[in-house]
Design a protein around this ligand. Structure first.
Ligand code: HEC
Length: 140
């Protein structure tokens, strides 16, 4: 059954002609991904802003007012310990971003809730697998 999800994933369209022009950000329905695959979810939902390598330089980044966080530095910035609970809370929309008031970072818990048709276990599985994937990308 084809399902249509109303939610936020960002695609950037870059115009090659005007060098100075910023990419524009469009919100499109999030594609379905496997809740067991951190890498697949990351590529589909996060890489547009945070970049494939998670260093914060995705194609949509220049269009944002707040630069996307370098997600490979989370452990280093937390005395070498990956802040697992904090990241999970951010994804669930339960933690505020440290520096900024009005965040451009989507609340993924809501998106995952919608993708899973309100299945709480699947939402938790998605958040857990994404968080573990980010943990695996930390610089030493
Ligand atoms: C629309 C662009 C965008 C997308 C898509 C996006 N992010 Fe973000 N993200 C941001 C921005 C911008 C910030 C910095 C927000 C701030 O500091 O207020 C951020 C911050 C974060 C933080 C907070 C780090 C900290 O220091 O607390 C985490 C964790 C994070 N993103 C993970 C993800 C994950 C995982 C995904 C995919 C499921 C994702 N982001 C998708 C834009 C995005």
């Amino acid at each position: 059954m084809p399902r249509h999800f109303l939610m936020f994933v960002v695609v950037a369209s870059l115009t090659s002609l005007a060098v100075a022009q910023k990419p524009t950000v469009k919100k499109v329905p999030a594609p379905y991904t496997s809740p067991t695959s951190g890498p697949e979810m990351y590529a589909s939902y996060c890489a547009a802003c945070h970049g494939k390598d998670a260093k914060g330089n995705g194609p949509a980044a220049p269009a944002l007012k707040v630069p996307p966080t370098d997600l490979t530095m989370l452990a280093k910035q937390n005395h070498g310990k990956f802040p697992y609970d904090h990241v999970a809370a951010v994804l669930n929309g339960k933690a505020m971003m440290p520096a900024h008031g009005s965040s451009e970072m989507p609340i993924w818990g809501k998106v995952f809730w919608s993708i899973s048709g309100g299945h709480k276990g699947e939402v938790q599985q998605r958040v857990a697998n994404l968080t573990k994937y980010l943990e695996s990308m930390q610089v030493k």
